[in-house]
Design a protein around this ligand. Structure first.
Ligand SMILES: *Cc1c(COP(=O)(O)O)cnc(C)c1O
Length: 419
């Protein structure tokens, strides 16, 4: 459910016609609905309330916009960060450092130091080498870093290969059969306090079965480690729940997910941690674009829009589907290929799709673009960095400026030996 609906024939974000935003800010532009974001945050949190001890760390990489983080911080969310930059965003949004989890295979010593200084609550370490380095960094500061060990459960998430993270061949976590030994060696290392296990098997999961298999496996590992005399108080179950990108698609609900987690984790006696990203942010945004022209094609016409793969990379990266709807639909339909202006054939949003009939100058949106949208934007083809707007009822604000090509050009230097 979201708050992007037609009123009097014009698509609105809450009470604001998208035509108003396009006229004021220009296109392409991401538009987020605060009410939708709040709703998703609450539905997820309330679903998990059936579990005894829960902490939710929103995966910032899905949508790191500061205004988005402010809304989630107010809903009691912590953050899962994967870089020093994301950590600074979480802190800038006023999130409690203790509620921040630092994940990622490539944390540098400098990032570790900064995170310890800032009081980040938990490091999710992804290798024994990283654990040893973290322990040394913390010990040199006279501190002890709190950590959990990310395990690779070797479970097929059944999602796109590029967003699968829990198969043995993926770079994430430590191999399942070596995890207990690594945990116990690190637990005996000064400078690091091991308190649990973590996993995250992939993104945009359409089924709960792989998650259930992974949770069952890691539960067994938890018991084995406890059986060897070590404490395990925190179990981080990651993110990954998918969202429907195509009208009519069915995905597991947060309530289904929570019921599965409750069943699998009964008797665990551990704090359960969650790192949702897409399921919180996906539905809260659209990418608003204008049709530049409609060009005759060999089969179907090409609808050339002013948004491109640099603004929304998911179709080019993962063959992802985003529903495309006109802002002022006439009711007529057409078959079209939706493409951006970039000089790459992968700059294609859809081929031979039945869509609202559009002509040059019309506005349209790509739906469900709130997660892994603006955050992946680039300036490829010397295009502007796409701006972001948040709507709240009848008011709205630009929450990220459009960064013009001239600003980027101004940051480049020609050495004098080329002049
Ligand atoms: C990306 C990521 C998430 C969030 O994944 P979603 O599919 O957006 O829920 C959670 N945890 C880690 C470690 C991640 O890398």
């Amino acid at each position: 459910m979201d708050h992007f609906e037609l009123h009097h024939g014009v698509l609105h974000a809450e009470h604001v016609p998208l035509t108003v935003i396009a006229d004021a800010v220009g296109t392409p532009v991401y538009v987020y609905s605060r009410a939708t974001l709040t709703r998703h945050a609450r539905v997820f949190r309330d679903a998990l309330a059936i579990l005894p001890q829960v902490r939710i760390a929103y995966a910032i990489k899905a949508n790191p916009n500061l205004a988005v983080l402010k809304v989630l911080a107010a809903e009691g969310y912590g953050a899962d960060v994967v870089s020093g930059g994301e950590m600074e965003r979480a802190l800038a949004a006023g999130m409690d450092p203790d509620s921040v989890v630092f994940s990622g295979v490539g944390k540098t010593a400098a990032e570790m130091r900064r995170a310890i200084e800032a009081g980040i609550g938990q490091f999710n370490i992804e290798s024994e080498e990283e654990g040893v380095e973290l322990a040394a960094v913390a010990a040199a500061m006279g501190q002890t870093a709190t950590a959990v060990l990310r395990v690779n459960p070797d479970v097929d998430a059944g999602t796109h290969g590029k967003i699968s993270t829990g198969k043995a061949e993926n770079k994430f976590g430590v191999p399942f059969d070596r995890a207990a030994d690594i945990y116990m060696r690190l637990a005996a290392t000064p400078g690091i306090a091991m308190r649990g296990l973590a996993l995250h098997i992939g993104s945009q999961l359409a089924s709960l079965a792989p998650l259930e298999a992974a949770f069952t496996k890691i539960g067994g590992l938890m018991r084995a480690i406890r059986g060897a005399g070590h404490t395990v108080t925190h179990m981080d179950l990651g993110g990954g729940i998918g969202v429907p990108y195509k009208a009519g698609d069915e995905y597991p609900s947060p309530a289904d997910y929570a019921a599965m987690v409750a069943r699998v984790t009964a008797g665990w006696d551990a704090v359960l941690m969650f790192e949702p990203g897409r399921v919180i942010a996906g539905n809260t945004g659209v990418l608003l674009t204008r049709v530049i022209r409609v060009k005759q094609g060999a089969a179907n016409p090409f609808v050339v829009v002013d948004a491109a793969m640099n603004d929304l990379a998911r179709p080019a990266l993962y063959d992802a589907w985003h529903d495309f709807v006109a802002v002022s639909p006439s009711g007529e339909r057409m078959l079209g290929n939706i493409v951006g202006p970039i000089c790459e054939s992968s700059d294609t949003f859809a081929m031979g799709r039945e869509i609202d009939r559009v002509v040059a100058g019309d506005l349209a949106v790509f739906r469900t673009a709130g997660a892994y949208g603006a955050t992946m934007a680039s300036t490829y083809n010397s295009r502007a960095l796409v701006p972001e707007v948040m709507v709240d009822g009848a008011r709205w604000a630009v929450v990220a400026d459009r960064i013009e090509p001239a600003t980027i050009l101004a940051a480049e230097r020609v050495p004098e030996w080329l002049d």
